[in-house]
Design a protein. Structure first.
Length: 112
């Protein structure tokens, strides 16, 4: 599969994840989110940035939903629950958010 973006073909896996994570940019993330009918807000970007930070700083490991809830609660200063995250990324906060963040597909099962 591939995404056409700014006159360039960006290769993706069958699941829509970037083949080359070096292709990722904030502009491409906006484009990918728009394809999922998501308009990225500050909270989306907070979550995307968090997922990227955790991945690159923790041996290419993606956080699970419980860890994301805790981190976003601290970052946003209010109570965050699973519904809050699914309101941002309805298909799955860690998977859909990770795909838009340019991270490889997680092989981890479940959210907790």
């Amino acid at each position: 599969m591939a995404i056409e973006f700014q006159g360039k073909t960006v290769e993706t896996t069958a699941s829509g994840y970037l083949v080359d994570r070096e292709d990722w940019s904030r502009e491409l993330a906006q484009h990918m989110a728009a394809q999922d009918q998501i308009e990225l807000t500050d909270r989306h970007w907070d979550l995307i940035d968090y997922l990227r930070e955790e991945f690159f700083e923790n041996n290419e490991s993606t956080p699970n939903t419980r860890t994301i809830i805790k981190a976003m609660s601290e970052r946003w200063g209010d109570r965050v629950d699973q519904k809050t995250l699914y309101d941002l990324f309805p298909l799955d906060p860690s998977k859909q958010g990770g795909r838009i963040a340019g991270l490889p597909e997680s092989r981890r099962k479940g959210g907790y």
